[in-house]
Design a protein around this ligand. Structure first.
Ligand SMILES: [Cu+2]
Length: 181
């Protein structure tokens, strides 16, 4: 019985690890140096637009999502945002490492996609209501993160539901628990 549970648990962990790998394709350093530089610069220019569009008046909240085109759960999270009043602009790119570095998303916080809303960073499968809460409260943080890919988080719906923490983080890498789901 215990043996069975252990087995199931490691199967879940393996599935989770493969999920992350499948979602964030690795690329060689050479590729990222030559191809990721241009999108990152273009990205910076239109982030300002996204920030000015966002409002608290019930109008759609502009959010820009950087993701890999191969990432299925990223698409599901985007749908979830759209269903909750966000106006999503997606930027597909094969290597997100420069984006994560630019916005101070430390390795231990990283998940599949990285989004920018009103100057805040949203890393991973953060629930839309908590993004709205952050935009309303305007805390002095860099953003929110759900590290890894917890089963049952928005965009990761399935048979199982894990408990997970939604973290705040700052540029120095300090984190606090913003919410538990
Ligand atoms: Cu994901």
């Amino acid at each position: 019985m215990i043996e069975m549970k252990k087995h199931q648990r490691s199967a879940l962990i393996i599935a989770a690890v493969f999920g992350i790998v499948g979602c964030s394709k690795a690329s060689t350093p050479d590729q990222s140096a030559s191809t990721a530089a241009v999108p990152a610069a273009a990205a910076a220019a239109s982030d300002a637009n996204a920030a000015t569009l966002a409002s608290n008046t019930g109008e759609p909240i502009a959010i820009k999502v950087y993701k890999d085109s191969q990432c299925g759960c990223c698409k599901e999270w985007v749908k979830n945002l759209e269903a909750n009043g966000f106006k999503v602009e997606t930027m597909d790119m094969p290597d997100l490492s420069m984006i994560k570095e630019k916005y101070g998303v430390k390795p231990e916080l990283q998940a599949c996609h990285t989004a920018i809303v009103n100057g805040y960073v949203v890393e991973g499968h953060v629930p839309p209501d908590l993004i709205k809460k952050m935009l309303k409260e305007k805390p002095a943080i860099a953003g929110l993160a759900v590290p890894g890919m917890p089963q049952g988080s928005p965009g990761m719906e399935g048979a199982t539901k894990e408990r997970y923490n939604v973290l705040t983080f700052d540029r120095a890498g300090h984190t606090t628990v913003y919410a538990q789901r």
